[in-house]
Design a protein around this ligand. Structure first.
Ligand code: ADA
Length: 594
């Protein structure tokens, strides 16, 4: 009997340790004090009754359950489903704690209900969000998330586009038991002091979801042993509070792509008894990014970026790519001699960014907007949300060396330019420590370059117009204009943020026509020859890493209803251009890094 109960206690504590240590949204544990558990797995899944035959068919083949995270388009019958679906599962509330649900990404709108009562709403597939329920009785509760991927006035950023808007709970979900007063965010800015030592500018945000004023004391510690006491904090019910301080970090090793050294940074909250009540752990890398003299400088050294634009898209998983497949993508990029990824055209899964931090890959991350019209009713609200959430959630990733937004929008019109001023200004306000950029296709008509720190051009010479001989002259003319006062961009670093050609995997033809693998290899070879050798070009991002599914509105311009400009196809099988790109990038690496 005694042995049996001891065994039970042991198993229970093992389960507790496991649930305490599981971190669903990152590649490492983000709490040691706060209890968290992953909600990934099979959730009950149903379609609205209105579509009764589809609903019945889906229920039959899924058994009424769907995996989280996953896209519903991989369920036979739902390949093209655009509309609402209901996900449900059970969650536990414990005495004296609030429930905090952390969603990595829901595509594209999620409404959250617990036991029928509404607790949260979020729009945009590509940013994480949290919902807190502080009034639940201890015990089991029914969580319901209504997910919507439909297009319309309610959705300014997700439209018919040259990539696919998938449906589902597409990134991991975590259940947390938080004290009423809990930490919601830690931001750290590394700064190198004149003597060479580093400091971290720390900002910890706390929220009180309880009914009365709460207080505690906050301390921050770095894996290196550095520690900073931030003192007492008191927060009114329903309010948040920010505590700031500067932490000395002697002896830390800087983060670089050749030595991507990361440090755990932990914020701890303790109650009046001195016991820890809550915590939040993130990772930081010591590096500063500046632009000066037409160059991008990381820790004072000029960097040259060789990389790719990449969509979160996979034939087996849609945008819900498992971490192992993210890793494989990054290995392919590195095999080609690349050191840079542009997360076109939206904020990426945090596990992908974690891998970039760990492997040493520079990232341009952009908020969600590709060739969007600004006059849609929800546009300003939704671009503000996507941008604010991107910077807020991804602030500490050392791999992110620039923020972007508004790919190929109206940077040539006075009204459009006001939007560029607003969005790039917003990013600067949220994070004055990284350069901002946007990918422009408006060339000499662009009147918004003055708002960017880095000028980025999408150039398709040899594909939508012009020929391979024209690549160099076209660039020279553009760069000459860029150096005039009229451009607003003289003296700024330049990136060629897109160039490419469609190639259908397996379509080989010695006549080297458009859409053949040969033509793509020729175009990328000729483009890289010019761009990687140009002294005024600080970086390149090939359009694009892999072939991707697009939405139906684009079928007339894209064979297979796919954007076929990948250097690897949708299954990551290399096209002929892979070797050409690899040779050019490795040559450039030799030249630039010797
Ligand atoms: C644009 C755009 C990409 C893609 C590309 C193309 O530059 O930014 O999203 O549509 O063109 O393939 O034409």
């Amino acid at each position: 009997m005694l042995r049996k109960s001891l065994l039970c206690i042991l198993l229970l504590s093992l389960a507790l340790i496991q649930s305490t240590l599981a971190s669903a949204l990152r590649t490492f544990d983000t709490h040691k004090v706060r209890a968290t558990s992953s909600l990934d797995g099979l959730w009950d899944f149903s379609l609205p009754e209105a579509d009764s035959s589809l609903a019945a068919h889906t229920a039959k083949i899924t058994g009424g359950r769907l995996q989280v995270p996953a896209v519903w388009e991989k369920v036979p019958g739902l390949e093209n489903y655009r509309g609402k679906a209901v996900y449900e599962t059970e969650i536990e509330a414990v005495p004296g704690k609030a429930v905090r649900l952390l969603f990595g990404g829901v595509s594209h709108t999620g409404d959250v209900f617990i036991d029928g009562k509404k607790y949260g709403h979020h729009y945009d597939a590509y940013t994480p969000w949290a919902v807190v329920a502080a009034d639940l009785q201890p015990g089991t509760h029914r969580l319901k998330v209504v997910v919507d991927n439909s297009f319309g006035d309610h959705s300014a950023l997700h439209t018919e586009n040259d990539y696919y808007t998938w449906g589902g709970i597409t990134r991991p979900v975590e259940l947390q038991q938080v004290p009423y007063l809990h930490i919601t965010r830690i931001h750290a800015v590394p700064e190198r002091q004149s003597g060479g030592d580093w400091t971290l500018e720390i900002k910890v945000t706390l929220a009180n979801s309880g009914p009365t004023r709460r207080s505690g004391s906050i301390a921050v510690s770095l894996e290196s042993g550095a520690r900073l006491e931030l003192g007492e904090v008191s927060v009114e019910p329903g309010q948040s509070s920010v505590v700031v301080g500067r932490m000395e970090c002697p002896g830390v090793i800087p983060w670089s792509v050749n030595n991507p050294r990361l440090y755990f940074l932990s914020a701890e909250l303790s109650g009046s008894d001195g016991n820890p009540s809550d915590d939040l752990i993130d990772r930081v890398g010591f590096r500063e990014v500046k632009v000066s003299g037409g160059k991008i400088l990381v820790n004072g050294e000029s960097v040259r970026l060789r990389g790719f634009c990449r969509h979160e898209s996979h034939p087996a998983f849609g945008c819900a790519i498992p971490v192992g497949a993210m890793y494989t993508d990054l290995v392919l990029l590195r095999d080609m001699g690349s050191n840079f990824v542009r997360t076109s055209h939206y904020p990426n899964d945090m596990r992908f960014l974690d891998l970039c931090n760990e492997l040493g890959i520079y990232v341009w991350e952009e908020s969600h907007a590709r060739a969007i019209e600004f006059d849609q009713p929800k546009f300003m609200e939704q671009i503000t949300g996507s941008t604010t959430e991107m910077v807020g959630w991804h602030f500490n990733h050392p791999s992110i060396i620039m923020w972007g937004s508004l790919n190929e929008c109206h940077s040539e019109s006075p009204e459009g330019s006001e939007v560029y001023a607003y969005v790039l200004g917003l990013i600067k306000k949220l994070d004055p420590h990284r350069p901002v950029t946007f990918a422009s296709n408006r060339r000499q008509n662009d009147i918004s370059l003055k708002y960017a720190d880095i000028v980025s051009w999408n150039l398709y010479t040899g594909w939508y117009g012009g020929d391979l001989e024209g690549i160099g002259p076209f660039l020279d003319a553009l760069l000459a204009w860029q150096q005039t006062p009229e451009s607003g961009a003289a003296g700024k670093p330049t990136i060629i943020s897109e160039f490419g050609a469609g190639a259908l995997y397996g379509y080989r033809d010695p006549a080297r026509p458009k859409w053949s693998e040969e033509y793509q290899a020729d175009l990328l070879g000729a483009s890289l020859e010019v761009y990687l050798n140009h002294p005024a070009v600080s970086g390149v991002a090939i359009w694009q890493f892999c072939d991707i599914r697009i939405t139906d509105g684009w079928w007339r311009t894209r064979p297979r209803t796919m954007n076929n400009k990948g250097v690897v196809d949708q299954f990551r099988r290399p096209k002929l251009s892979y070797q050409v790109v690899k040779e050019k990038m490795l040559e450039a690496r030799e030249r630039w890094e010797k």
